[in-house]
Design a protein around this ligand. Structure first.
Ligand code: UD1
Ligand code: CA
Length: 462
């Protein structure tokens, strides 16, 4: 069975009152139109045609080759939008899915059920409908005496009685491709908004004696279409709840779902515990038995098993099994921690690899570095990686000991098992097994403390 799809994404999204095109506003961290493409990817469609107009360049840049594009120069309505795909699809057979780019909550199971119903009934069209407590803003589904779908009436064209109908058009449809384009040719703009409505196709097909099915979803959340920021917040809340439920059903403990935010592409292993204030974004993957939070933000990062992250921020970082991060650590892009590593409080790691069992326990900056296994980096020790023009590499080999408050002035290398004495500023290589000391010798002046105090007093009383 040939299945093609058309994504309607040319509208301005005027009601959003935004500099960002509506389709690109994120829901749970992903542009709404991205969710629609994800849905279609799950269906294995043959061709995906996105109708673009406002923000066409930005939408194309975001979706790339995930779709073919047709430009709708003037937004004359959803029917007119679909008609733009005619040159690409008019010779295709089979089924065409039409979906609005502003309805990111439609579920894959639902679309699959719709397809099943559509084929079983040999329908010309199948509409996703939902029964809404507050149907305002949506097209209403009219049904005949037998309960079959008769048509869709846009809110602005509704009679008083029709306004009371709670079954609405979710904006997702399946059509027999040939019948769709044939019916679209007959759509006029004779309505309150002077637009060519896709929804009029339903009445036209009915008048021709075709079968039109309504698939009423039991989950009205699916039908939420985002037209303004209120709809955006509603969609965000509904999708967030859906994502949280998915992880909880997979065996993740979420102590306070109200205070936990998880992006739609995040993966989390079983028996991991998320404490309040956890924000997981992008392509983050977390293994089993981890404890994350409280108050931690992790983006595009990969964590192994049994990792703990407390009050910390991680971006594009990797953390090996049984490592500990935080409290108050900052792992920046390119931070790669091996297994059983400890990165403690007020430590920043950037573009640096830390071998297994290495410890950077407090108050350090490690940037542009390759640190071996079982290395100890003392409190306050830092890599001095930037000379004002370029970044330079610091290498520390296995088992080395870097004392507290050491400056490693890159490029520099400390050999295996070497010992760098606290307070040293290291500018030259330290060979394997050597001890490096690079600081002023201490001088003690016997009994001088009181002398100094009286001198200061005398000066201050002048
Ligand atoms: C539309 C439906 C309505 C349904 C609702 C579901 C019509 C006439 N109405 O109303 O029955 O309940 O969706 O959310 O179809 N678009 C274009 N080109 C255009 C016009 C619109 O590409 O010329 C795109 C928009 O970018 C949007 C989608 O089509 O993604 C729907 O348009 P919108 O103006 O949001 O329609 P609604 O008023 O929400
Ligand atoms: Ca809409």
């Amino acid at each position: 069975m040939q299945i093609n799809s058309i994504i309607l994404a040319a509208g301005l999204g005027k009601r959003m009152k935004s500099k960002l095109y509506k389709m690109l506003h994120p829901v749970c961290g992903k542009p709404m139109v991205g969710h629609v493409l994800d849905l279609l990817d799950g269906i294995e469609t043959n061709r995906k045609v996105a109708i673009v107009g406002n923000g066409a360049d930005e939408i194309k840049a975001y979706l790339g080759d995930r779709a073919e594009y047709v430009f709708q120069a003037e937004q004359l309505g959803t029917g007119h939008a679909v008609l733009q795909a005619k040159p690409l699809l008019e010779h295709e057979q089979g089924m065409t899915i039409v979906i609005c780019g502003d309805t990111p909550l439609v579920k894959e199971e639902t679309l699959k059920e719709m397809i099943r119903l559509h084929l079983e009934q040999q329908a010309a069209a199948t509409i996703l409908t939902a029964t809404m407590a507050d149907p305002s803003g949506y097209g209403r589904i009219t049904r005949d005496d037998q309960g079959a779908v008769a048509g869709i009436v846009e809110q602005k064209d509704c009679s008083e009685a029709q306004l009371l109908i709670q079954e609405i058009n979710a904006g997702t449809y399946l059509f027999d491709n040939q019948k769709l384009f044939q019916a679209l040719n007959q759509v006029t703009n004779n309505n309150a908004q002077k637009e060519y409505y896709l929804t009029d196709v339903i009445g036209i097909l009915k008048a021709e004696g075709e079968t039109v099915m309504g698939y009423n979803t039991s989950d009205p959340a699916e039908a939420v279409g985002i037209n303004d920021r209120i709809g955006l917040a509603e969609a965000e809340k509904l999708m967030r709840e859906r994502i949280l439920r998915h992880h909880m059903l997979n065996g993740v403990t979420i102590l306070d779902p109200e205070q936990t935010y998880i992006g739609s592409d995040v993966e989390i292993g079983q028996d991991t515990v998320l404490l309040p204030g956890t924000v997981l974004k992008g392509t983050t993957k977390i293994g089993e038995d981890c404890v994350i939070g409280p108050y931690s933000e992790i983006e595009h990062s990969i964590l192994g098993e049994g990792v703990t992250v407390r009050q910390s921020v991680l971006q594009e970082a990797e953390v090996g099994n049984h490592s500990h991060v935080g409290p108050f650590a900052y792992l920046r892009p390119g931070a790669k921690l091996g297994e059983e590593v400890k990165v403690g409080d007020f430590v920043e790691i950037k573009n640096a690899t830390l071998g297994d069992q290495t410890k950077v326990s407090h108050l350090s900056y490690v940037g542009d570095a390759v640190i071996g296994k079982n290395v100890n980096i003392g409190c306050g020790a830092i890599t001095v990686n930037y000379d004002g023009l370029k970044k330079h590499l610091t290498e520390v080999e296995d088992e080395a000991f870097i004392g507290s408050n050491v400056n490693l002035i890159a490029p520099v290398k400390v050999g295996k098992g070497a010992y760098v004495v606290a307070g040293s500023t290291i500018t030259l290589p330290v060979e394997e097994g050597d001890l490096a000391i690079a600081r002023e010798r201490q001088v003690n002046k016997s009994g001088y403390a009181d002398k100094l105090r009286s001198r200061i007093q005398a000066r201050n009383s002048k």
